[in-house]
Design a protein around this ligand. Structure first.
Ligand SMILES: *Cc1c(COP(=O)(O)O)cnc(C)c1O
Ligand SMILES: *[C@@H]1O[C@H](CO)[C@@H](O)[C@H](O)[C@H]1NC(C)=O
Length: 558
């Protein structure tokens, strides 16, 4: 009897201690999770600062409130009808209507001749109210990086010759493999890659950037065990970095830039670095306002904390490496437009993207991403040794690739040569600086953002009665296709070879447009804020995203 009691008591004791340890484990786990979240929150706060975090929280809360309000039957109806009207407006602008429009919605039963095809393309061009070469007037920002009639002929000839080639099969197309390797080698030379540096060709700047992000993510996982990767990106860097972050599951810390220099605050970048950081980003030059980051300062940080540094030269491409030999790197006599070091000679730079299809004048669909070492490039590769289709290995996102575009790119680079790119750099940058000088010296209502060293010039208003976006609208009425920007409201032009012939007209039109915007302000300035919905108000992002998706839908309306 006594022994039964003892056993029971023992069992109970054991049970109690088991519960106790379970409880311990539970609370331990609880505190561990709290700690994890606390570390995350601390890092978040550190990276974004208290004001920005407070703003983020405010924005998030107000968005939820607005979402709720939008769900109320009365508001929902109103919003739906307005969104419907806006959607229709987008469609009407993009998709031709009317009984006269021929639509090709299924395969023709019998194949058509080349004559028929070309005639049909003619018809489509006129139906759509454009002409295939309206861009030749040159009244547009970027978009067409045209190297001249001669280059078009060279691209077409190269394309024709390698029309069916595919570098996925180097045994069948050995010449294409060689051309691709040589394009990468030539770019590495331009960007002064050290011994052992390496690169890959991609379909464009976005793919180059996403590949560089993936490479750094996999490098950080392999060498430092980072499983919750973060990267630090200046707010003026290209959206491709956010896109890469979204695709690859990487937290992006966007760091604001100094409104005067248009460069990222280095102290702020430093504060955002933590053990999960895989890479920093700097542009040379950035898309919005054409300024460059202080790559040397970013490189020093990257080196100190052993993280990557990608320099986005997608736009700088074949202009920034030629500024120094063209005698333009030191800027003008007033200390404006100076270029600071940006390539592999800067310690800490681990990768660079360069778009051959921008100022390289190569056919669209070509870009190069470069790495400081071939070992780092390895992290970009995808290899599957067990696929039933055979050992599968590809360097980038694509499988099959257009060898014809590689041939076109190679041909253009051979035809241009150093002398050709030096000339184009000189002409384009002079055009940009003439425009920037005119804005600074002759148009008191406007100012140039930062001190852009290369081909892009952005202007904002410093006059209370002049809205920069209205100036952009007025330029639009004069036939110019420019880009509108936010923060601050501004407009930019990316000068190309097409701009060179219309610099004086641009300046004259800009003066007229400023006068017009000042005399009769419309109060709209529709250039960026799609249908009057800004992207900074709480209601903005949600609605603008919906409209932007409607725009994408409309692109696929036959
Ligand atoms: C154009 C551009 C990119 C992206 O290039 P795509 O070829 O359009 O994909 C990236 N960064 C900068 C600064 C650019 O201007
Ligand atoms: C349709 O085409 C005819 C003949 O090409 C033309 O006369 C007419 O104006 C067109 N109608 C519309 C609505 O575009």
């Amino acid at each position: 009897m006594a022994s039964t009691v003892a056993t029971t008591r023992n069992a109970l004791k054991n049970y109690a201690s088991l519960i106790l340890t379970l409880d311990n484990v539970k609370s331990g786990l609880f505190y561990y999770l709290i700690l994890l979240h606390a570390i995350k929150a601390k890092r978040h706060l550190q990276a974004r600062g208290i004001t920005t975090t407070a703003k983020e929280i405010y924005l998030w809360v107000s968005q939820q409130v607005i979402r709720l309000i939008l769900r109320l039957p009365s508001t929902r109806k109103k919003v739906e009808s307005q969104m419907g009207a806006a959607k229709l407006d987008i469609e009407n602008k993009l998709v031709p209507k009317g009984a006269n429009v021929t639509r090709h919605l299924s395969l023709p039963s019998d194949g058509k001749s080349l004559e028929w095809i070309l005639a049909e393309m003619d018809k489509m061009d006129t139906e759509m109210g454009g002409s295939v070469d309206s861009w030749k007037q040159g009244k547009l920002s970027g978009a067409v990086y045209h190297g001249g009639e001669e280059l078009s002929k060279i691209i077409v000839a190269a394309y024709e010759r390698y029309c069916v080639s595919n570098p996925l099969h180097p045994d069948v197309f050995p010449a294409v493999r060689k051309m691709e390797a040589e394009i990468v080698a030539m770019c590495l030379k331009m960007y002064r890659g050290p011994e052992g540096s390496a690169g890959v060709m991609t379909s464009g700047g976005t793919e180059s950037i996403i590949m560089a992000v993936k490479t750094h993510r996999d490098w950080a996982r392999a060498t430092k065990g980072i499983t919750e990767p973060e990267m630090i990106v200046p707010s003026t860097a290209h959206a491709a970095f956010d896109k890469g972050g979204a695709y690859l599951g990487i937290k992006v810390h966007t760091i604001p830039i100094d409104p005067y220099t248009r460069k990222v605050n280095i102290k702020h970048v430093k504060r955002a670095i933590n053990p999960n950081t895989i890479m920093l980003v700097g542009s040379c030059i950035n898309f919005p306002d054409g300024n460059q980051e202080d790559i040397e300062a970013l490189g020093a940080l990257a080196k100190k904390y052993n993280v990557g540094l990608h320099v986005d030269c997608c736009l700088g491409s074949f202009v920034v490496p030629f500024l120094e030999p063209a005698g333009l790197a030191q800027g003008d006599s007033k200390g404006r437009y100076k270029l600071t070091p940006f390539d592999f000679t800067v310690e800490g730079v681990t990768s660079i993207s360069c778009d051959t299809h921008k100022y390289g004048f190569a056919p669209k669909g070509t870009s190069v991403v470069m790495y400081r070492s071939a070992e780092l490039r390895r992290f970009q590769y995808y290899v599957n040794p067990t696929w039933p289709g055979g050992v599968y290995a590809s360097p980038g996102l694509s499988g099959s690739r257009p060898g014809a575009l590689i041939a076109g790119c190679w041909a253009v680079m051979q035809h241009m040569g150093t002398a050709g790119y030096l000339d184009s750099c000189r002409d384009i940058v002079k055009a940009a600086r003439t425009i920037a000088d005119a804005i600074t010296d002759d148009i008191p209502e406007l100012y140039v953002l930062g001190s852009p060293p290369a081909s892009v010039v952005a202007f904002a208003s410093k006059h209370p009665n002049v809205d920069a976006l209205e100036v952009g609208d007025a330029m639009g009425n004069r036939g110019w296709h420019l880009n509108g920007l936010s923060e601050p409201k501004s407009v930019h032009i990316a000068c190309t070879r097409l701009t060179i012939q219309v610099v004086d007209q641009f300046i004259a039109d800009l003066k007229d447009s400023v006068r017009e915007a000042k005399l009769s302000p419309s109060g709209k300035g529709t250039m960026v804020s799609v249908y009057g919905l800004g992207n900074s108000s709480a209601v903005g992002p949600e609605m603008v995203s919906q409209l932007a998706s409607s725009f994408l839908d409309a692109l696929y309306k036959a």
